[in-house]
Design a protein around this ligand. Structure first.
Ligand code: NAD
Ligand code: MG
Length: 396
């Protein structure tokens, strides 16, 4: 039985991971679960999974969870804060760590899992975007395995030759075709978009996801972050990654080879497929996902995205080309802008303005130490908050 830690177990990816694990209880044992503030949901998960550890990043929530579990599950050790997250990411009895915390908060425990040589199932793309160099180095020096959970990157992984980490050129890989649904606002005009609400932005046409990534999908910042993510995962330059809009979200991405072949991975849009793929890899296992009936597919469309319509996608490419902490700054500003939009303190169309403004005020540098990354992350957050407060608030 393989021991599993799920970082972010109460979120969308966390719940889908538990669903896949529930189908393979002879193969996997849940050792630790973690969440931010939702102690009620965590207490339910503890009752169902009986892990050794339950971690709440928020100390108040950890106290509430301890009180709840005192009588019902006294053997479960409740931990709090960052130290607790790092600890359960590196326990000796854990072989697999699902990194499914949202945002920059996921970086430290993901690094801890990499340093401890775990199989790291990476959903938390922000950790790779903000600190790709250090995370990849930690994977190498810790002897860890990094398996992508983001559906596109998982698809690319499946379409790559097995030894892709030795370099793409000599394996004849010409290009990565990164598909994008285009989000809920693909066919809306700029005027329409100024007034959209958080709920409209989170109503994704194909995927059910947490609110932050849903807003990122609507701005297409998500795809910009994914270009950066692909560069780190597959050790390639941004100009070899082509974003293709594919509204049906059936082809999850493709790899083009020099002989004219394009390999694609297809499936219903359900995160349990990449989760099961990475949990079982290299063995394939049942995920609970409905079979894709290719005969019932009416059409598959592909089109080029417009940088004018989706400025955040352009910013993602620019940060990837610039390198260093440019992506750290972009990611931090985006987290601040998305939170402000979700809190109705910023218009949807002002999200890219906050990002451009922050990037123009903070110069990127080499991202070779964690201190540098954290400093630029903090400075960018401060600049972005100032910018948010200066822009006109969204109408109530
Ligand atoms: P979510 O908001 O549904 O869940 C986030 C989880 O992280 C929750 O368990 C929450 O308690 C925890 N969390 C939040 N803030 C935290 C903090 N400060 N400290 C510790 N824990 C914290 O998000 P999600 O949709 O499950 O996404 C998780 C990650 O996976 C994100 O990085 C996202 O980009 C990525 N991802 C998600 C999907 C998807 O379909 N949901 C697809 C691809 C990639
Ligand atoms: Mg994705």
């Amino acid at each position: 039985m393989k021991g599993v830690t799920i970082l972010g177990s109460t979120g969308s990816i966390g719940v889908n991971t538990l669903d896949v694990v529930s189908r393979h209880q002879d193969d996997f044992r849940v050792v630790a679960l973690t969440a931010h503030t939702d102690d009620i949901r965590m207490a339910e998960q503890v009752a169902r999974w009986n892990p050794e550890y339950a971690v709440m990043a928020d100390p108040g929530a950890a106290q509430r969870l301890s009180n709840r579990l005192r009588r019902t599950a006294p053997s479960v050790e409740v931990l709090a804060g960052r130290d607790g997250l790092d600890r359960v990411a590196s326990l000796p009895q854990v072989e697999i760590v699902m990194a499914a915390i949202v945002g920059a908060a996921g970086l430290m425990p993901t690094l801890a899992a990499a340093r401890a040589g775990k199989r790291v199932l990476l959903a938390n793309k922000e950790s790779l975007v903000m600190s790709g160099k250090l995370l990849i180095e930690a994977v190498r020096s810790g002897g860890a395995q990094l398996l992508p959970i983001d559906s596109e990157h998982n698809a690319i992984f499946q379409c790559m030759p097995p030894d892709f980490s030795s370099g793409l050129d000599h394996l004849g890989v010409r290009k990565i075709l990164l598909t994008a649904s285009g989000g809920p606002f693909l066919n809306r005009t700029a005027q329409d978009l100024a007034e959209v609400t958080p709920d409209e932005a989170c109503a994704h046409p194909r995927w059910v996801m947490g609110r932050k990534i849903s807003v990122d999908s609507a701005t297409m910042m998500n795809k910009g972050l994914e270009v950066i993510e692909a560069c780190w995962l597959f050790d390639t330059e941004p100009d070899r990654v082509q974003v293709v809009i594919h509204p049906q979200s059936v082809v999850h991405s493709m790899v083009e080879y020099v002989d004219g072949s394009i390999l694609a991975q297809l499936g219903n849009p359900d995160m349990r497929t990449p989760i099961a793929h990475a949990l079982g890899w290299p063995r394939r296992m049942e995920s609970g996902v409905d079979r894709l009936d290719v005969v019932a597919l009416a059409e598959l469309c592909f089109e080029r995205p417009s940088f004018d319509q989706f400025p955040c996608l352009r910013l993602g490419y620019e940060a990837a080309r610039q390198g260093g902490t440019a992506a750290t700054i972009l990611n931090a500003a985006n987290e601040v802008a998305v939170e402000a939009f979700l809190g109705e303190r910023l218009r949807f169309t002002d999200i890219p303005r906050v990002l451009e403004d922050t990037l123009s005020r903070r110069s990127a540098r080499e991202a070779d130490t964690l201190d540098t990354v954290m400093e630029d992350d903090a400075a960018a957050r401060q600049l972005a908050m100032t910018c948010v407060s200066q822009l006109s608030p969204a109408p109530s």
